[in-house]
Design a protein around this ligand. Structure first.
Ligand code: BYC
Length: 475
């Protein structure tokens, strides 16, 4: 297994010191990244020591070490999963040929677009979350936020390495632009819609790490199948880090629901007002946040019927997540059943499998999202509230991309008259009042022995430390 070299200015396992012009180009980008981190990264805690994990190996078992480090001194680096000999293209039209170690000229612009789109989301999420330290529910959560942030920073490094190493001058320009676009910027926004949504409270943060980071998981899995081997290997290692982010989301939502249930039981009431007065978040409001972030994240998979996706599959650039699970890796004369909408009618349609790749990935994602929903519903039942359950809204609800874009479907997938839809929309999504209430709960808790009123204490600490360990040194 290749060693991660931490002796150099840019830690790496790609033998950077043997490619001086690449090393120089990346060392030129490094101070720009640091200056972006200072301006757009976590607000307020840059000079504190934070208990963070850092990659020490690309091996799935035991790849991380833990220790206190100031965020601007975090060792962001370039780590790819190890290369395997004789690796072959395993899907699409060129199946069986060797994978590419360089970018084929014909696919240069498509591959660059995929890498830039992926790279753009990473700093975007750091920007979206930059104010959350000011309202953290506990020191433990504060540390988790920063862990997520530094790793998204590293994922940016991963994509910037590919741009610099394989795309020449265009790649270097794209790497600069990744630090110039900003989340929510009117003139120069991030590329994909969800990454321009504000994340101004921790309910949104947990929803984002549950739903949007999970899109990341599925997109990275698709890119980990790529015939462009450096991209595949980069994404394989990124997936190891991504798992923690989704865990932060899932456990955060679970703790929030558990707190609500504890109060419902204690106060013997399920009234929104009573639960809110006791400082927790009623299940109806939690459902609204699920509706918002799930529907927004669905758009990140692209259109249900997509020639871009078909071409990317045919050319071996982007596969299906876990491609090995499928029997047919060529999918030339095969079809996939989807729901379509034409001239006001919803109907079952069969489309060429390759054109349906975005939808196939989206469906795998929806199934994965449902695992958490089932777990939360079991928790609700455990507390004896049979009449309550949480659910994912219909995949037709509130879409901006694809077949269902801008159509008035409700959360159950029923087509409504536009005026009815407009009247009801605020009952499905967080209203201004709901947001105001959520914001009123967002009070910073920095005492390591305490946790905010609206969320339970975590069940266990990080890396076997106590829950009350000082994960961020405030002295
Ligand atoms: N917003 O055929 P279409 C993560 C554009 S998250 C705006 O429908 P295609 C993370 C599309 O670009 C994972 N525009 O879709 C999570 C195209 O534009 P052009 C990020 C959109 O191309 C949390 C046109 O519409 N990774 O890692 O098959 C924290 C027609 O495209 C949207 C990736 O996304 C949208 N939602 O697929 C941190 C992987 N959807 O070319 C990180 C790389 C589509 O006509 N990206 N469009 O100008 C891709 O694989 C593809 O670009 C997409 C779209 C899946 C996004």
């Amino acid at each position: 297994m290749s060693k991660l070299n931490y002796q150099e200015r840019i830690p790496n396992n790609v033998d950077l010191s043997n490619d001086l012009s690449l090393q120089r180009a990346l060392e030129h980008w490094q101070p720009k990244f640091k200056s972006w981190w200072k301006d757009m990264g976590p607000e307020g805690f840059q000079s504190y020591d934070v208990y963070l994990r850092t990659a020490i190996s690309v091996d799935a078992a035991g790849w991380a070490s833990y220790g206190k480090v100031k965020m601007p001194e975090y060792r962001w680096g370039i780590f790819l999963a190890d290369q395997t000999n004789d690796k072959k293209i395993h899907f699409g039209d060129s199946i069986g040929k060797p994978v590419w170690q360089q970018v084929p000229g014909d696919y240069r612009s498509v591959l660059r677009r995929l890498i830039v789109t992926q790279g753009d989301t990473e700093p975007a999420s750091v920007e979206q979350q930059r104010m959350l330290g000011k309202t953290c529910p506990s020191i433990y959560d504060l540390r988790n936020l920063f862990q997520v942030n530094v790793e998204e920073g590293r994922h940016l490094w991963a994509m910037v390495y590919l741009l610099h190493a394989y795309f020449g001058r265009d790649g270097r320009e794209e790497a600069e632009s990744l630090l110039e676009r900003n989340s929510g910027d009117q003139d120069n926004p991030r590329i994909l819609g969800t990454f321009n949504e504000p994340i101004s409270d921790w309910v949104s943060f947990f929803m984002f790490t549950y739903f949007t980071d999970r899109d990341g998981k599925y997109q990275l899995k698709s890119l980990a199948e790529s015939s462009f081997d450096p991209l595949a290997r980069t994404c394989q290692f990124m997936l190891t880090e991504e798992a923690h982010h989704m865990q932060v989301g899932e456990s955060g939502i679970t703790r929030m629901i558990e707190r609500t249930l504890e109060l419902m039981r204690k106060l013997n009431s399920d009234s929104t007002e009573t639960i809110r007065s006791a400082g927790a978040i009623d299940l109806i409001t939690i459902q609204k946040y699920i509706n918002f972030w799930f529907s927004s994240s669905l758009d990140l998979f692209g259109s249900e019927i997509s020639t871009n996706a078909a071409t990317a599959f045919a050319n071996g650039l982007k596969g299906r997540p876990d491609e090995f699970r499928y029997d047919n890796h060529i999918e030339k004369e095969t079809f996939y059943e989807i729901e379509n909408y034409v001239d006001g009618k919803v109907f079952k349609d069969k489309v060429p499998m390759r054109n349906a790749m975005n939808e196939i990935t989206r469906r795998a994602y929806v199934d994965d999202c449902n695992i958490g929903i089932k777990r939360w519903n079991r928790l609700i039942k455990k507390y004896g509230y049979e009449e309550y359950s949480l659910s994912l809204p219909s995949t037709k609800f509130r879409r901006n991309i694809g077949i269902w874009a801008n159509l008035p479907f409700d959360i159950n997938g029923n087509f409504l008259k536009t005026e009815n839809y407009n009247k009801l929309i605020s009952s499905w999504l967080p209203s201004d009042n709901d947001k105001k209430f959520i914001n009123s709960l967002m009070i910073q808790e920095l005492d390591p022995s305490k946790t905010a009123s609206w969320i339970t204490k975590p069940k266990r600490g990080i890396n076997n430390q106590d829950i009350e360990f000082d994960y961020v040194d405030l002295n």
